[in-house]
Design a protein around this ligand. Sequence first.
Ligand SMILES: Nc1ncnc2c1ncn2[C@@H]1O[C@H](COP(=O)(O)OP(=O)(O)OP(=O)(O)O)[C@@H](O)[C@H]1O
Ligand code: NI
Length: 460
Amino acid sequence: MSMELEHEDTTGRTEPIITVRNLRTAFFTDKEVIRAVDGVSFDIAPGETVGIVGESGSGKSVTARSIMGLIESPGRILDGSSIRYRHPETVREFAERFPKRTVDLTDFEGDRDPAALFDHPDVDATPSSFGYEDPEEATLEDFTGVGYGDALGIDRGDCVFVTEGSHEDPVDGFVEVTRLSGEAQRAIRGGRIAMVFQDPLTSLNPVYTVGNQIKEALRLHQDLSGRDATREAIDLLEAVGIPDARRRVAEYPHQFSGGMRQRAVIAMALACDPEVLICDEPTTALDVTIQAQILDLLRELQVERDLAIMFITHDMGVIADVSNRVNVMYAGEIVETAGVEPLFAEPRHPYTRGLLESIPGRQSGDRLRTIEGTVPTPNEPATYCRFAPRCPEAFEDCEHVHPVSMPVNEGTDSHRAACLLYPEDRPTEEAVERHAERDDSIRGAASPADGDRPTGGEDR
Ligand SMILES: Nc1ncnc2c1ncn2[C@@H]1O[C@H](COP(=O)(O)OP(=O)(O)OP(=O)(O)O)[C@@H](O)[C@H]1O
Ligand code: NI
């Protein structure tokens, strides 16, 4: 019951299966710290497609790779980031399979006051880093992300959290994806959360037949082999619309066209029977007709399997076509989020407006407008608006105040923008002040201990 109250449902659909909170992923290169993803939060629900759109370098793929557990050195997900996979069946299965990695948070209740954890030396969070004003609103699960689990006395290896029921018989809970490793990680990646990349050849091995690659996925994730696996592989190829599947199952990737290869990759992703499908520009390399067919296919599969889809593209036309909700990314941050209709009917962030004007046929003149300049590399903490140098509406404050996510109108919580002009029903000076206050209290949380300081003489 408390669940319905706690989680705002932004689409009118079911509870989210993925919740990303304050995700920060940085690359520590010799030269600089690149804050590729810098404080990103969003949800994905079953049966829903969440679009992530933005120009090249805005952090879309790093967001996807963070969810997939594919960030490698010199990259790292920073302390305080949380990615929760909420699926009662998985929690039950994992609690049984990985009992030593399972923590019953209900055991902590009573002797752990979540509000007191803000004073813990290892915790650099403030209530506003979790989206609250009042510390009393915090829950133990807010603290289970990277790093903060240690403050709860939870082992580094623990990743399954029971929030209702018990260790032996969990009713509800979540898997904290940022804490996964080893076998539990392999069971989630590819098994529960599958990914389709732009280039199908990165997922297909040229020396094995398409059928054998699907069968390998079936063996790993569904424990199928032999004739059963062959039959299932053929079924999957048929399900993704590959004609003459019985013959083609024995062919090699090079014998497939680009569109057919991408269908085969989708079949391979489905072989794991995932709940979540992350698509990173899956149609960018394909011609328009084939692209439309693949998008139709994804829609069909979504309905059949109640898939939660995260769809990445830099193409506003594609995003309009596939998404229920859209997150617009710029230089590591989500600058606007809304349902697809309000986003396209009334885009608020100047960056979103710029992206929309660059769609052919949408602007009044006959020339295609593009936003001048490129996405800056986010190599320092944002203490200003990263879009300001390119923004037609920038004013002086934009260079000194970092805009945080705010409702575009007071009360319209599901349409938000990180721009000093919002909420638009407030005088701008007042809005600016609100951004500055919120940013200050979030910044109070920025950890000096997580090693993400740029090199320089700031240390004492
Ligand atoms: N392995 C890495 N090492 C250093 N920097 C990286 C690494 N991977 C990504 N980055 C940087 O992170 C930032 C975000 O990159 P990302 O690939 O997420 O962008 P994107 O939005 O997916 O762009 P595109 O549309 O080109 O795919 C960029 O500045 C990029 O240079
Ligand atoms: Ni990318």
